[in-house]
Design a protein around this ligand. Structure first.
Ligand code: PLP
Length: 394
């Protein structure tokens, strides 16, 4: 048999971690990597954080799972906590980001159905978006590499250029239910939307009775220095999908909505076997205990500024580096060269990063990094750049 037991959908690299500690990962032979990828913006508190680990251990021994057919005081209290911290009035818990986006899309459509406009089923989305790998979420992007081999896909989304308000406005017709957008595109290349664009979408949504749905799966949960990125734009969504950092490594996501936006989400319209189980809720509670305080958020902003300044200082030393973009500790280093090859070479220098579109290297460290981690990252980036140039020259 030629196929591997593990379905070969990932071109897996040589790094095979078996243990994590703080901002570092180790393989079976003890080789160490500085983890500035964080499992793609997931391990917010680094690896083996004592508060998160203890909360999960304790809950696992007490009650791991019960069906959503029963009452869940654990889910109730985390929902209340998220409602108190955000624009939202109500929360649905999922197991992943794509499921959170699915729930967000269903919520937007159900609103129009319930308010007498069942013809409004389509969401306007944006070029190079990434919303997940389910059939609905790959339909929401124009990225060929995600869609290829799975077409025909449904016409539930209308993709227009990112950060182009006029194009978004021109796409509005009677079939449109709202907008679905990442405030900062992650996979697409760490591209923050302009404030004028996000504010403009809010304004269009208000004028046309549409839903503004934000995908904060990657940029949300303290990563940018505010609990959610939209806070820095002064824009409030009707519906928001989150995941990644919210469990700190435990698989959990959520769809948050205002009371009005959730009008159609009545009993029987949605569900999930695992969604919001007590173990997931223990993880979310522990993450929020640490990462949702004003002091922690201030530190993320401070570390983000320091990391950014350190990267900017390094840029003139290497023709390979073009510029830094992003917000807080969600940073992108734009290269004049292939970002995938660079990320692969950085691994040899003991540094984990994530490639993104537009030849950008994503720098997504745990939010608990210290000054010495920033120095180490910059040293390793410089060493990688020098080796990259040599490689090109060879
Ligand atoms: C990762 C990601 C998703 C999908 O999350 P999964 O947990 O992989 O399903 C959706 N939207 C954005 C912006 C993401 O970065």
């Amino acid at each position: 048999m030629a196929i591997s037991p593990l379905m070969p959908v990932y071109p897996r690299c040589e790094v095979a971690p078996v243990r994590g500690e703080g901002c570092y990962l180790y393989d079976a032979a003890g080789k160490e990597w500085l983890d500035f990828a964080s499992g793609i913006a997931v391990n917010l508190l680094g690896h083996g954080h004592p508060h998160l680990t203890a909360a999960i251990q304790k809950q696992a021994a007490t009650l791991m799972h019960v069906s959503n057919l029963y009452g869940s005081p654990q889910q109730q209290s985390v929902a209340e906590r998220l409602v108190a911290l955000t624009f939202a009035d109500t929360v649905f818990f999922t197991n992943s980001g794509a499921e959170a986006v699915e729930c967000a899309v269903k919520t937007a459509r159900a609103y129009h159905y319930a308010t007498g406009n069942p013809q409004k089923y389509r969401l306007i989305t944006f070029s190079n978006a990434f919303h997940g790998r389910t059939l609905a979420t790959i339909s929401a992007t124009d990225q060929e590499k995600l869609r290829k081999g799975f077409e025909p896909l449904p016409d539930w989304f209308h993709v227009v250029p990112f950060d182009d308000l006029a194009a978004a406005e021109a796409a509005i017709d009677d079939s449109v239910a709202g907008f679905l957008v990442e405030p900062i595109q992650g996979e697409g290349g760490v591209r923050p939307a302009s404030a004028a664009f996000l504010k403009g979408l809010r304004d269009l949504a208000d004028r046309h009775g549409l839903m503004l749905v934000l995908d904060e799966v990657q940029c949300g949960v303290s990563r940018t220095g505010t609990l959610f990125a939209h806070e820095q734009y002064g824009v409030t969504p009707d519906i928001m999908a989150i995941a990644k950092g919210i469990g700190g490594g435990f698989p959990v996501g959520a769809c948050l909505a205002t009371e009005k936006a959730a009008t159609g989400m009545v009993a029987g319209t949605h569900g999930s076997t695992y969604g919001g189980n007590p173990l997931a809720m223990a993880a979310v509670n522990a993450v929020l205990d640490v990462a949702a305080t004003p002091e922690f958020l201030a530190q993320v902003r401070e570390k983000g500024d320091r990391l950014r300044a350190a990267l900017e200082q390094m840029i003139p030393n290497h023709a390979l580096f073009d510029h830094v973009r992003g917000m807080g500790l969600m940073l992108g280093l734009k290269l004049n060269g292939d970002s995938r090859a660079f990320v692969s070479l950085a691994r040899k220098f003991g540094l984990l990063l994530v490639a993104a579109g537009d030849n950008v290297v994503r720098i997504l460290p745990p939010l608990v990094i210290e000054e010495h981690h920033i120095r180490e990252c910059v040293e390793k980036l410089s060493a990688t750049a020098a080796a990259f140039d040599d490689r090109e020259a060879a």
